[in-house]
Design a protein around this ligand. Sequence first.
Ligand SMILES: [Zn+2]
Ligand SMILES: [Zn+2]
Length: 175
Amino acid sequence: MMIDLTNVISTADKKLEVTVEPEMECFTSAMGCFPISNKKPFMLCLTNDDNKRLLISGDTTLDVTIPCDRCLEDVVIPMEISIDRIVNLSEGMILMDPDEEEDTFLKEHQLDVDRLIYDEILVHWPTKVLCRDDCKGICPVCGQNLNQRDCGCDRQVLDPRMAKFQDVFKEFKEV
Ligand SMILES: [Zn+2]
Ligand SMILES: [Zn+2]
């Protein structure tokens, strides 16, 4: 969703409240595409501060579905999105930060709401995703989800370091 900023950035101390609806269906990054659900309309507040700055703020929540790091089952991660941005203004124009990347939430005098939300999701991206703290993961031999049942595979022989330890242990017992 795009919001036209022309009016608010050219009128000193103008305050604009817009109800916005996140449109993005999934969060796409180099890691893949992750479905977004439970989106709600929320209020985005745009304030022209003395023609010097534009304050952009708004809060909402949504869910992002990310696979468990161990068993790859989908995990729904609730995220609290808190948008709080400041854009510098000069003579009724947006003063772009020369260091700012090209792909930003501002395009001409349009505010790209989904881009703002995208940036927030990125900030909140969890470093670790587990379906439960004691997730047993998947069997490296047959791919069975070990939370559902144990497949009975002999998984220890897979790791040569482990096998060596077992040999030592066996020898120790035989002596
Ligand atoms: Zn899991
Ligand atoms: Zn198995």
